[in-house]
Design a protein around this ligand. Structure first.
Ligand code: PEP
Ligand code: MN
Length: 263
């Protein structure tokens, strides 16, 4: 079902009034985690002002350590719903368990399946049955074939609204958090009709590397990007070192407009 052979036309995915996979770029921006109401609304107003198309923020966080901040749960989803109400931005947030499906149906526009859950087949079937747009991240050590098969799980449940997201893979290189596999963009676009975006924040883990890799992703043909933005990255509860300052996000948006039209 994901193959371009049977479905040669690129798929367009509608999220409120925007289209992913059309002729305009989609920019998903926001903090790694929803930390509290004030901070989240502050960041949302800024990214909206600079032209972001969708807002991101995690309420259920898949953290490496069980002692790290785990997210605000439903309270975080309510804050995200308030962001949507105030800014009109559609909401993208991660689902980490099928038990969260009802809450996600109520509060968000796009459910994200994170890299660590890319082969959680029960979760894939669950988001397939939910029928909401899904952002499917590439697993930390997943081949493109495995990633597309994960997407196939979702489509096989009747949900064709899948956006693929390249977010870097594990290699022997340690300078960056992961290694951004930009080749995946043209490869995937040839194999499938599904739109593909790039997350240079998790791919590099380093703020200063995010802007050049975002530009490169768009130049390589990505349908959009997802970036982490924070007003005080030093105080962020997760992923501060890779979060852009508002001024950097503004400058990135100016660059992107030169490369391709943004929604
Ligand atoms: C995220 O986008 O918040 C996230 C946890 O990303 P990934 O699953 O790619 O690590
Ligand atoms: Mn993050």
């Amino acid at each position: 079902l994901v193959s371009r052979d049977l479905h040669p036309e690129p798929s367009r995915i509608r999220i409120r009034d925007i289209v992913v996979g059309g002729d305009r770029l989609v920019v998903i921006a926001g903090p790694c985690s929803v930390e509290n109401r004030e901070r989240t609304l502050e960041i949302a107003r800024i990214v909206k002002q600079h032209g972001a198309t969708l807002f991101r923020g995690g309420a259920f966080k898949p953290r490496t350590s069980p002692y790290s901040f785990q997210g605000l749960g439903e309270e975080g989803l309510k804050i995200l719903a308030e962001v949507r109400e105030e800014t009109g931005l559609g909401i993208v947030t991660e689902i980490t368990s099928p038990a969260q499906a009802d809450l996600m149906m109520k509060y968000v526009d796009v459910v994200q399946v994170g890299a660590r859950n890319m082969q959680n087949f029960e979760l894939l079937r669950c988001v397939g049955r939910m029928g909401k747009p899904v952002l499917l991240k590439r697993g930390l050590a997943a081949t493109i074939e495995e990633w597309l098969m994960a997407a196939e799980y979702i489509l096989s449940e009747g949900n064709e609204q899948v956006i693929l997201c390249e977010r870097g893979i594990r290699t022997f290189e340690t300078y960056t958090r992961n290694t951004l596999d930009l080749t995946a963009v043209p490869v995937v676009k040839k194999l499938t009709h599904l739109p593909v975006i790039v997350d240079p924040s998790h791919a590099t883990g380093i703020r200063d590397k995010v802007i050049p890799m975002a530009r490169a992703a768009v130049a390589a043909g990505a349908d959009g990007i997802m970036v982490e933005v924070h007003t005080e990255p030093d105080k962020a509860l997760s992923d501060g070192p890779q979060s852009l300052y508002p001024e950097q996000f503004e400058s990135l948006m100016r660059d992107l407009h030169v490369i391709a039209p943004v929604v």
